[in-house]
Design a binder for this molecule. Sequence first.
Ligand SMILES: NC(=O)c1ccc[n+]([C@@H]2O[C@H](COP(=O)([O-])OP(=O)(O)OC[C@H]3O[C@@H](n4cnc5c(N)ncnc54)[C@H](O)[C@@H]3O)[C@@H](O)[C@H]2O)c1
Length: 400
Amino acid sequence: MQSRSPAWVTGVAAWVAVTGAVITASQGLPGRKLEARTSQELNPGSPRGTWASSLPGFTQKYPPVKFLSEKDRKRILITGGAGFVGSHLTDKLMMDGHEVTVVDNFFTGRKRNVEHWIGHENFELINHDVVEPLYIEVDQIYHLASPASPPNYMYNPIKTLKTNTIGTLNMLGLAKRVGARLLLASTSEVYGDPEVHPQSEEYWGHVNPIGPRACYDEGKRVAETMCYAYMKQEGVEVRVARIFNTFGPRMHMNDGRVVSNFILQALQGEPLTVYGSGSQTRAFQYVSDLVNGLVALMNSNVSSPVNLGNPEEHTILEFAQLIKNLVGSGSEIQFLSEAQDDPQKRKPDIKRAKLMLGWEPVVRVGATPLVVKGSSPPPPPAPQGVALAPRLHSGASRQT
Ligand SMILES: NC(=O)c1ccc[n+]([C@@H]2O[C@H](COP(=O)([O-])OP(=O)(O)OC[C@H]3O[C@@H](n4cnc5c(N)ncnc54)[C@H](O)[C@@H]3O)[C@@H](O)[C@H]2O)c1
């Protein structure tokens, strides 16, 4: 079956494999390994890659880290850095040789997503809620803190609003105080249920301001407004990434996003739940592409919003069928009533990212076999046992 599968599933396939492994791991395999070996054995010649644990006789091996001179090394804050996207961004920036501080309140993020860096001299993890002010000296701020999936952001809509409004104000205030550049992780949800297809950055959106998704959609819209107010009034350098649906390792298994839902349901032999007819479309990008886009945007001089997503569009039903086949599951596809304000179409126009950042997804959707353009492969998988948060109960679903 796999040989005949469209290759857009290949990214999913890799992830299914990881997911299966982590289900096994959660049922009894040990997590992170600490090995009784010397620093020299682990990383011979590496100037910054090893760390002697406080446990006598144990050393921790870190993923390889580039050496950057003082001049090139940046102090980077990632809010929400223990979450799905934030932890991959942490990996990239750490491996690139920067000093990374992750701030997270662990609402949806998990320490285990970044535990492979704990103790590294370039890494710091702070348990902090961005709704409270933060005083820290940094050069760049990637502001990702916010629940991202409907069940999570609808769980406490007031908190979602506070995180996206007060939290963003706090981070912009910090950026202003220390002269840092701030990148906001905004979302394609600012386009709501779009009347324009595909969605370009010029489109102002079609959002129900009092619907169940408004706490997130409007929260992100006002967060963007805040960024540009700080830019115009206070001269803060801002970057705004409008992120489209993303998937990959460490995505929460129970947060109701469609790819994780389908994989989990297929693995557990449960019906794959499709809301409405399944003809609504989505376009999914692999997390390594997103991370490369975020870093390119941060380091560019593009201050206007930029869509980051994969324009390959598929119906939800197509996704359900392909994941079912890929997993080799006998699950039925079950049609449930349409979810309120569920966008019918979603596809990024990425002309701006291509033109201004030279960025486009390299993990391709729709070609056979998987085509990786350029020389940049997806980042290496996380150390075994930290690939996904092992929360494996399927949650309330939306086709987000
Ligand atoms: N993953 C996607 O498909 C997608 C799409 C569009 C936008 N985004 C945006 O990207 C960012 C990251 O999304 P993700 O998929 O990694 O979600 P995630 O839930 O895995 O990560 C969000 C992180 O923010 C933390 N957080 C939440 N509220 C906080 C608070 N008040 N203070 C400190 N930390 C807090 C969570 O604990 C978590 O670690 C979010 O801002 C999201 O809106 C993601």
